[in-house]
Each structure stands twice: as structure tokens, then as C-alpha cells.
Design a protein. Structure first.
Length: 160
């Protein structure tokens, strides 16, 4: 498979934390351990980048929801290079060490998640508690114009 002149990176993984409603301060969530993602030179095959992170919930059920939005139009998961775009997929797995998970749709909450984290930053107990999986499909890469692409992914974590 030929290597194409398409370098892709999600240059900033922004994180927004959903706080608790007034009076429910014990219901807090936190996500730590997110890092920038570089896809590198893309070929015709799928490129998967997974990272382990710490998703913590202090609710009695350790429950949380995750909502993702990209920097594309209406929150689409796209990387940009001038007027050209490159679509990518976002998946979430409530288990650590995973390379596949539940596909997320832009601005739609994935509910019913539970955390194994015992501490806000996973300093004690498990070192990580969830997996974020990003995928650039070979079909998308093959259709994209050559160049360097970048974008931002924002995650909103809320208690349940």
C-alpha cells in the first residue's frame, strides 16, 4: 500500500467536565490522562490510535456519561487542512487497554458508563479506567487531499 502525503493529528484533546447540580457536590466526575494524538502518514488501511485514561465518578454507582464533539461543522469528528477535511471516528470503552469500543456520535451522550477508578487521578487503585479510541478509516484517508490535518476533540464527562 502506498504511503500518502497525509499527516493527521488531533492537536488538542480538550476536556470539559460537567459539574454537579447545586446541592449535589458529592456527585463529581473527572477525566485525566488525555494526550494529543498523532496519526502520522496515512496509508490506504485503517489507522487506530487508542489511549488509556482515568475516568472517575464519585456517584454512589460510580456512573458517568461521555459526550464528544469535534472541531468540524456541528461538532463533526473531522480534521482540517485549509478547505479540506478528513473524517475520523471516536469510540469509548469503559475498560482500560481496549482498541475497540462503542462508537460515539457528535454531541450525543453515551450513558450507563461505570468507572473502576478509586481515586480522582488514578493515583492509587487502577492506573487507568477507560479507553478512548480514534480511527481514521482508509477510505477517508484515500479520499483526502494531501497535506497536514489537525483538529480538536472535546469530551464532556457528566455524573449519572
Amino acid at each position: 500500500m502506498p504511503v500518502r502525503n497525509r499527516l493527521a493529528a488531533i492537536c488538542a484533546c480538550g476536556v470539559a467536565l460537567c459539574g454537579s447540580p447545586a446541592g449535589a457536590q458529592s456527585n463529581n466526575v473527572r477525566v485525566t490522562g488525555l494526550t494529543d494524538v498523532a496519526f502520522g502518514s496515512l496509508t490506504d488501511g485503517d489507522v487506530v490510535r487508542a489511549q488509556n485514561l482515568c475516568a472517575f465518578s464519585s456517584t454512589s454507582t460510580k456512573g458517568y456519561r461521555v459526550t464528544a464533539s469535534g472541531s468540524g461543522s456541528s461538532g463533526a469528528f473531522t480534521l482540517a487542512n485549509g478547505g479540506s477535511t478528513l473524517a475520523y471516528e471516536v469510540q469509548w470503552n469503559k475498560l482500560t487497554g481496549q482498541t475497540a469500543g462503542t462508537s460515539l456520535s457528535p454531541n450525543v451522550a453515551l450513558t450507563g458508563q461505570t468507572s473502576a477508578a478509586t481515586q480522582q487521578q488514578c493515583n492509587s487503585g487502577p492506573a487507568t479506567s477507560a479507553s478512548l479510541i480514534l480511527i481514521v478509516r482508509g477510505t477517508s484517508a484515500g479520499a483526502a487531499a494531501g497535506g497536514n490535518y489537525s483538529g480538536t476533540l472535546t469530551l464532556l464527562i457528566g455524573p449519572e
